[in-house]
Design a protein around this ligand. Sequence first.
Ligand code: PLP
Length: 390
Amino acid sequence: MSWSKRISPSVNAIAPSGIRRFFDIAAEMEDVISLGVGEPDFITPWHIRESCVYGLEQGYTAYTANRGLLELREEIVRLLLRDHQVSYDPKKEVLITVGVSEALDLALRTVVSPGDEVLIPEPCYVSYKACVTLAGGNPIGVPTSIENEFRITVEDLEKHLTPKTKVLLIGYPNNPTGAVMTKEGLLEIAKFAEAHDLIVISDEIYSNLVYGDAVHTCFSALPNMQDRTILLNGFSKSYAMTGWRIGYALANPEFISAMTKIHQYTMLCAPITAQIAAVEALRHGESNMKKMVAEYDRRRHLILDGMRNMGLECFEPKGAFYIFPCIKNTGLSSEEFAEQLLRSERVALVPGNAFGESGEGFVRCSYATSVSKISEALNRIENFVKKHIR
Ligand code: PLP
């Protein structure tokens, strides 16, 4: 008997990850340089790890409140007020989650009813569409383009608006493009959300990773947006804490109560060890975080110059740790480029179509790896590109 027919339709409806296949090929090979993974190459700073060790020594091994440690919620709220002048109640408007991943899933399951449409600027993080589908909604990709530096505009969104549109899901700084929205651009999006009474889920996990003259604008700090926004953030990228699995959501008390209702039955709470470490990250982690950001910025310049010098069109990413060069002048599709590069030059990157159709013709490279590896990867990519460029 085949069990696959008994798997629920919503799970069957999810497309397999376009990234996995390349990791599987790379795993069989030797001497591969990976620009594929979206994960800091730094170890979590010692003072953060030490706070966790100390917590364990003190016997902090139990569940916390469903919403998370109050002192962590207070630290999150304090920093948002300091950095973005937006004020939340730590007791009613914050939920600590198992990474932004859980917060995203909870937010969507809380506000999406069957058949609701969720607008998602594309190219987008691979989990967005899958989580919308699992929540019973329809993900509607809204293409952005290199001409517009992959920023979303109201004109783009209007083309995809229908009476079923209920939610706008945005993620800036963006994975995979590195795009950062300007405040003016987001103000237009905010007016659009208000005019059409949309709930906005804003994934700001890369908020601390912005470079040059770019500034991160917190969506819920925009006029009239706090009440209709579910703001998501976490520790994975800013503090090199991917394996700790810790993030959070901020929203109006009704949304947070509803999300907590799901969370209390599915997770109970985020791990106490990670919550203790997160308090330390927010209290004393800023200077280490800034050092990591400065190092990403150095690598960003190196990889941007390298890509452009070998003849690939490349928009300057202003945030996150990804670069999204256009490979159309090689005559190869994104998947052909990624697979042939991997097999012939042993460099792993991700084909742009893994992030939606509008990613076709591009590849995503992560520069969360050492300068020496980036330099060697650039040499290898150039070897490959030279043979194909037209
Ligand atoms: N959101 C975006 C845009 C991401 O790129 C990632 C991870 O790559 C996540 C969310 C998941 O983050 P977390 O580790 O906090 O679950």
